[in-house]
Structure formats: structure tokens, C-alpha cells
Design a protein around this ligand. Structure first.
Ligand SMILES: *Cc1c(COP(=O)(O)O)cnc(C)c1O
Length: 454
């Protein structure tokens, strides 16, 4: 056994003091957001009725490589960061692989995922601007939970539109949010114009992230002193999540390890973007080479089967247009249990990096994901979130390939969260009742045909 510890810990003062903005190092910048009415590129000012001022500036900032983390955000980070980088010795042994597997574990906080890293930053900027509160959507509930923790900390009101199917299936997640003081409304609701319209158009719908976004945006823009916040996809969120990658890089450097392969699950792309940013930065500057793999569910395959075009970010078509790998804003994924990976689109930053060949993508089937989750839980102890388990699946598969070739690759993956609220999904898997629905080419083509033409 090597002398690398099971957990590579950083000390509190090794938490980065600035976020890294990978856009500054990108030659091909991510495409700008467009006004859906005029088709013109948006400026920071155009976004200010929707988002907090400082966050609009971060959204548009393609130039500053480093953005200081405010002291109050750093203080909050210190309550649950640095997060450990774990050497998966037990998994390696179980697989009999010569590969060295590491995972960065972001589930060590009450919200149970990496989303708190951005929630606390966004709540801070809302507070600093003197707002009363924020509105948002949540799918599986992790983002809403993280945001309600963050808004409670800063004394802000928090209104969450929760995708109806999750609202009904995950009453405990809802209760955590309410415990932290948030108001939770199932979406589509009858409390917004767009919600009423969607309910009329699709009676009895289970809702989707795209619908809930439309409702939350309307709620923010129709109430004085409110802004909308989003937990993934946006450039600002990837920026905040760079804390994951910076810590990972610092921990690997500390033990003298160079990653060969970096793997992460991709829903809207925030954890993966944050994890890989400092590494991709080195690739962009020509300093180093890494193999980067995005893993998505076969039921919602934006990278692997979507198109790289301008599309709406939400079903109600009230948000700006983003150029991204998308399945179409009307795409309704099958009820996959990895709720956090069901978004139709993908971060513009990751989309551009993917188009430019800096990363690969692969999709995995739900039952294969849960098989990997259980294998991992039994040897490494942590009960992983279904989203995170997409990365586990591919990390295991890659480690098994190393067994064939005898290569001792350093494989690093992001373990984004824990699965305590996903036990209905685990139950389905354990009872052999989990399905693997994969959309047909026709399903995807139909949905993509409705993308706006630019
Ligand atoms: C939300 C979530 C994801 C996916 O979101 P990204 O923005 O793609 O990172 C992954 N894992 C967990 C645990 C989540 O809560």
C-alpha cells in the first residue's frame, strides 16, 4: 500500500480565497445569452431585474481569472469545508484494479450536496443588495434545501417552486426546506400566470424543472425586493463551484499525485464544471493534459444525443436563450430517479469545452447506476446520491479497464452527495422494479424541432 492517506485533508486556511473563472482562459468563450424577443446578446443590466446585481456581473465576466470569495461566504464555507478527498482503497481492492481511485466528497453538509457552495454565495449577494428574499425552483430538492439553509443564515425569505412529482414523492425533503424557513409550492401551481397556462396545456402534468424555473422567475419579477436564483447551468454557479476543483487540485498536489482522468456527473453541469475548472485551465494554457468525462443519464442525454444550439432555459420560455447542448426545452425526461440530472440543457461553458474537444461525455442506464451505487456503498461506506452514482459507475468501469490493461491510472471523480432522501429509488432497485427507459431518436427529434432558430 502506498503512503497516501485514506483522506487527504486540507486545513481551514487552505480553502481557496478566490474562485477561479475558467472563461478567462478559454479562447472560444461560451456563447452569450440572447434576448428571446430580439435575438440580441444580453448585457449585465438586462439581467438585473431577474438576478442579483453582483451575480449578473459574474455571469457576464469572461475576463477576470480570479474573483475573491467574500469573507462572510468564506466563514460559512469553514463550517463544512474543506471537503475531504478520499482515496478509495477499499473499492480498488474489491475491484482488483491497479488504478488509483480518488473521490472528492461534497455530501458532508446537511443539504447533502455540493449545491450549498453556490447557494451561500448567491444568498450573500442578495443580502448585500438589500433584497427581502429570493425565489427558485428545485427538482429533487437538493438545491432548494441548500438555498433554504443559506437564506436562513442571512435572514432572507425563500420561496421554492418544487417539481410536483418530487413534492409528492419526497415529503421529507420538503420538510427540511420548511424547517429552514422556506415556503414550498408544488409546480406547476395555480399561483403564477405561467403555472396556470402550463396546467391548462398539460392537465395532470407531474411538472419539470423547466416549468418550475418559469414560475420562480415570474414570482421574482412580480414581487418587490425579490430576485431569482438558480442552482446550476449558469456561469456564476460554475464559478462558485470552482471551490471543489481548487481544493481537489490542492489536495492532489499535497500528496504529489497527478490525475489522469477526471469524472463527474452532469445535470446542468455545475459540479463537473467546478471540479474540472482548474484542470481544464491547465489544458487551455497548454500546461497539462487530462482525460475528462461527463456522465449523464441515458434517459436525459443532453451531451451525447442533444444538439448544440440556442434554446430556451425553461418550458415557459420566459428566460433568456442560451447556446448549449440541449434536448429541447419541452423535453420531458422519463421519471428517472436521479432528479438532479433531468434538466434538458447543459452549462454554456461546458458545452463550449465539449464542442472544442476538451472533454468527453458518456451516458449510463439507471439500473447500472444503482448497481454501482450499491457496490460502492458496501465497500466505501457512504450511501451515494443517485446523481453522484453516475460518476461512480464510470469510475468503476474505467478502473476495470485498467485491470485489463494493467495501467495504474489516477482516476478522480466527484461524489456530489448522499442518498438518504432517495431511498424510494433504492427500494425500487432492490425490488427489481426499476426501469431503464431511453428516449427514441424520434422523441428527441420532436423536442429539438421546437428549438428557436438563430
Ligand atoms: C444537483 C445535483 C447534481 C447535478 O447538478 P450539476 O449542476 O450538474 O452538478 C449532481 N449531484 C447531486 C447530489 C445534486 O444534488
Amino acid at each position: 500500500m502506498s503512503d497516501i492517506p485514506y483522506k487527504v485533508y486540507l486545513s481551514e486556511n487552505e480553502i481557496p480565497s478566490a474562485w477561479y473563472n475558467v472563461r478567462a482562459d478559454m479562447k472560444n468563450k461560451p456563447a452569450p445569452l440572447l434576448n428571446p424577443g430580439t435575438g440580441e446578446a444580453l448585457k449585465a443590466e438586462d439581467l438585473m431585474p431577474i438576478f442579483c446585481e453582483e451575480l449578473c456581473k459574474q455571469e457576464m465576466n469572461n475576463d477576470d481569472k480570479w474573483i475573491d470569495i467574500p469573507g462572510e461566504v468564506l466563514d460559512f464555507y469553514k463550517m463544512y469545508r474543506p471537503s475531504p478527498l478520499v482515496r478509495a482503497y477499499c473499492l480498488e481492492k474489491a475491484l482488483g484494479t491497479p488504478a488509483h481511485i480518488y473521490y472528492k466528497f461534497e455530501g458532508n453538509n446537511t443539504s447533502g450536496s455540493h449545491k450549498l457552495n453556490s447557494a451561500i454565495a448567491q444568498a450573500y449577494y442578495a443580502k448585500k443588495q438589500g433584497l427581502k428574499g429570493v425565489t427558485t425552483e428545485t427538482g429533487a430538492g437538493q438545491w432548494g434545501t441548500a438555498l433554504s439553509m443559506a437564506t436562513a443564515y442571512f435572514g432572507l425569505d425563500c420561496q421554492v417552486y418544487m417539481v410536483k412529482v418530487s413534492y409528492e414523492q419526497k415529503p421529507f425533503r420538503r420538510e427540511v426546506m420548511r424547517t429552514y424557513g422556506a415556503t414550498v409550492t408544488p409546480s406547476p401551481s395555480m399561483t403564477t400566470n405561467v403555472g396556470r397556462k402550463i396546467n391548462e396545456q398539460f392537465p395532470g402534468t407531474d411538472g419539470s424543472l423547466g416549468c418550475a424555473i418559469s414560475e420562480a422567475v415570474e414570482a421574482a419579477t412580480s414581487q418587490e425586493g425579490y430576485r431569482y436564483v438558480l442552482g446550476s447551468v449558469l456561469n456564476q454557479v460554475l464559478l462558485h463551484q470552482s471551490v471543489i476543483g481548487l481544493e481537489t487540485k490542492a489536495a492532489l498536489d499535497k500528496v504529489g499525485v497527478k490525475a489522469d482522468m477526471i469524472i463527474g456527473c452532469a445535470g446542468g453541469g455545475s459540479n463537473l464544471g467546478g471540479l474540472i475548472s482548474p484542470f481544464v485551465g491547465e489544458m487551455l494554457r497548454g500546461e497539462n493534459q487530462y482525460e475528462i468525462i461527463a456522465v449523464e443519464p441515458a434517459s436525459c442525454p443532453s451531451f451525447t444525443r442533444g444538439s448544440y444550439v440556442y434554446d430556451f432555459c425553461d418550458t415557459g420560455r420566459v428566460c433568456p436563450l442560451a447556446k448549449m447542448y440541449t434536448l429541447g426545452s419541452n423535453f420531458m425526461p422519463a421519471p428517472n430517479h436521479a432528479g438532479g440530472l433531468r434538466y434538458h440543457g447543459m452549462s454554456s461553458i461546458l458545452s463550449q469545452l465539449y464542442a472544442d474537444g476538451y472533454m468527453k461525455a458518456t451516458s449510463v442506464k439507471q439500473t447500472d447506476v444503482f448497481a454501482a451505487a450499491e457496490q460502492f456503498a458496501r465497500v466505501e461506506g457512504i450511501l451515494p446520491a443517485p446523481e453522484s452514482s453516475h460518476a461512480i459507475r464510470v469510475a468503476i468501469d474505467e478502473a476495470l479497464k485498467c485491470k485489463e490493461t494493467g495501467e495504474a491510472k489516477n482516476i478522480v471523480f466527484g461524489l456530489t452527495g448522499t442518498g438518504y432522501f432517495d431511498l424510494v429509488a433504492y427500494q425500487k432497485f432492490n425490488d427489481g422494479e426499476m426501469s431503464d427507459y431511453i428516449p427514441t431518436d424520434d422523441d428527441i427529434a420532436k423536442s429539438l424541432a421546437q428549438c428557436p432558430k438563430f
